[in-house]
Design a protein around this ligand. Sequence first.
Ligand code: FPP
Length: 237
Amino acid sequence: MQLLPDQELHVAIIMDGNGRWAVERGLPRTAGHMAGVNAVRTVVEAAARRDVAMLTLYAFSSDNWKRPRTEVNSIMQLLVSRLPAESKKLSREGIRLSVIGRRDRFPDAVLQAILNAEALTRDGDALHLRLALDYSSRAALVCASQHLNGDVRHNLEAVQHALARAYHTETLVPDVDLLVRTGGEQRLSDFLLWECAYAELFFTPVRWPDFDDIALDEALTEFGSRQRRYGRVVEVA
Ligand code: FPP
């Protein structure tokens, strides 16, 4: 169920490897997250110049609350300190930012930074950047199922609407075309399970802070070489 204009892609990225990037340099893990934000900026700018209509970044999973308090606090602090300036830049670039995930467990300052960033960038139409924060795909599906009633059991569109509600967004949930995971692991970690039904998967050992426009191009080139069959048989000439 495609919901973006033809030829325009939904790229989703599991930004993994910040901690190892830092430890490999003798730095605290939090330095990896700081460097990770710079990579976010590089990749967002690069995506806006490519045929990417939507970019969804996994920035904080619901399971990440289980990390040491100091690390969680530093990621929350990064959001508070970086979102205001970043969203001003995004707004100038015509990039819309929205956040998917739960909103009831953030410190007030984080929630306020999210709401401000969404309000400031809401008219952007060059690229839709979504940050997944306190995000769990399974939890979103459970939440969506509570918005469904018995009549719509086999109706994909009804699930799309219910998921959009669960994500606190009026935008329907477009299929992911390309899912990238950095950092060398090869798993989905509860990210966009519904939307990745037909996603092409691209795994790279590159740590997230080192992922840049060239790395994005490599993933897009590989994606371009894949044959997407959606269960069909493709005739060989
Ligand atoms: C995964 O690396 C990364 C995270 C859990 C946090 C990512 C968050 C950001 C880049 C900050 C986003 C903020 C803004 C303002 C966009 P890891 O820590 O799991 O790395 P490891 O697997 O090497 O330990």
